[in-house]
Write a protein that binds this ligand. Structure first.
Ligand code: NAD
Ligand code: UD1
Length: 336
């Protein structure tokens, strides 16, 4: 059984490749290394003792994708490839629409041509926008605040239209909450280029001494300690959810969305304390202004994924922080 993983050299993709290879699947990766390096895939092979097929290819390159499908019998696709920086997407919306949406359309067309109609898509909790919490899959989506978020919403809609036109498709939309943590080997983890936008890589770089100080974005929210609440999920738990989704789509047809989160909300200060405990380092931080576009609090109702995918998150916040720190400590200059 061969799974094509687009964006397989990225943060979530690489952890999912480890789980797929360990689970006995053959894996083909398509990545243009825009936000990753090929060495990540060497490390995936080192962790698993197995090899995968790699294609240095952009998902917008139809010819390149056709080569992948003609050289392999692809049973299902897990589609991670995309740009994900929310702030950047507000400055460069066309880049986001072109890369994420046009790229996805090319991928779906090639899948259709090669009669591969099974896909797991990386969506995001961002599609819920300003809904009451906890978020549930049947809530109205689309009231999103950034071009990045809109690309996720639009791709969900495109996949919905594809299914309506052809009930032979089997589509799983995984709405991720906030993935953090790393593989416990310390070989792969989140390794963003430049100054990180997201909380955990920022904290890790302050702890390792690469950045001077963390700014907590807002201390005056109407939450238990004034800082924002999020549903953090260990990236290995998230990776495993993809295997559950693949098992489901291989067996059925239809389109379903699933929340992939722990269902527990932690504040920014909770994360800082848990990280300090796990790393034994005191974090230098200040409370600053709110970040534009941040919601005060959101977390998942993950009951649907628990029941229908038979997926349950295993790891707690301590393990997430310990593994993030282990990766940072072992790779102070990132993955080269
Ligand atoms: P990542 O940037 O680490 O991985 C994405 C990978 O896709 C990278 O290796 C990048 O080089 C590749 N890529 C980008 N555009 C491509 C293209 N046109 N052709 C081929 N490869 C391309 O990001 P991640 O954190 O692993 O996220 C994976 C997916 O999950 C993304 O679609 C992201 O939007 C989504 N997601 C991420 C989060 C999160 O917090 N990390 C949350 C919700 C959803
Ligand atoms: C953000 C995106 C979301 C995207 C996800 C992964 C927004 C509104 N949402 O989620 O669409 O899927 O990233 O790319 O941008 N924080 C600080 N200081 C920092 C960084 C973050 O206090 O230096 C706080 C934030 O205010 C937030 C929490 O930490 O409360 C988590 O932030 P982050 O990791 O950026 O994720 P989200 O904003 O939840």
């Amino acid at each position: 059984m061969t799974i094509l993983v687009t964006g397989g050299a990225g943060y979530i993709g690489s952890h999912t490749c480890v789980e797929l290879l360990s689970g006995g699947y053959d894996v083909a990766v398509v990545d243009n290394y825009y936000n990753s390096v090929p060495a990540v895939l060497d490390r995936v092979e080192k962790i698993t003792g197995k090899t995968l097929k790699r294609y240095d290819c952009d998902i917008r390159d139809r010819g390149g994708l056709e080569r992948v499908f003609s050289e392999n019998k692809i049973d299902a696709v897990i589609h991670f490839a995309g740009l994900k920086a929310v702030g950047e997407s507000t400055k460069l919306p066309l880049l986001y629409y072109e890369n994420n949406i046009s790229g996805s359309v090319v991928l779906f067309e090639v899948m259709e041509k090669y009669d591969c109609k099974k896909i797991v898509f990386s969506s995001s909790a961002t599609v819920y926008g300003n809904n009451p919490i906890p978020y549930k899959e049947d809530m109205v989506t689309g009231d999103v605040s950034s071009p990045y978020g809109r690309t996720k919403h639009f791709i969900e809609q495109i996949l919905g239209d594809i299914y309506k036109s052809d009930n032979g498709w089997s589509i799983s939309l995984l709405r991720y909450f906030n993935p953090i943590g790393a593989h416990e080997s310390g070989l792969i983890g989140e390794d963003p280029n430049g100054i990180p936008n997201n909380l955990m890589p920022y904290i890790s770089r302050v702890a390792i001494g690469k950045l001077p100080q963390l700014t907590v974005f807002g201390g005056d929210y109407d939450t238990k300690d004034g800082t924002c609440i999020r549903d953090y999920i260990h990236v290995v738990d998230l990776a495993k959810a993809h295997l559950c989704a693949v098992a489901k789509i291989l067996d059925t047809t239809g389109i379903e969305a699933y929340n992939i989160g722990n269902g527990v909300g932690y504040s920014v200060l909770d994360i800082i304390r848990a990280f300090e405990k796990a790393s034994g380092k005191k974090l230098n931080y200040v409370i600053g202004d709110r970040r534009e576009g941040d919601l005060p609090a959101f977390y998942a109702d993950a009951t649907k994924a628990n029941k229908e995918l038979n997926w349950h998150a295993e790891y707690d916040i301590e393990k997430m922080c310990a593994d993030s720190w282990n990766f940072q400590k072992n790779n102070p200059d990132g993955i080269k």
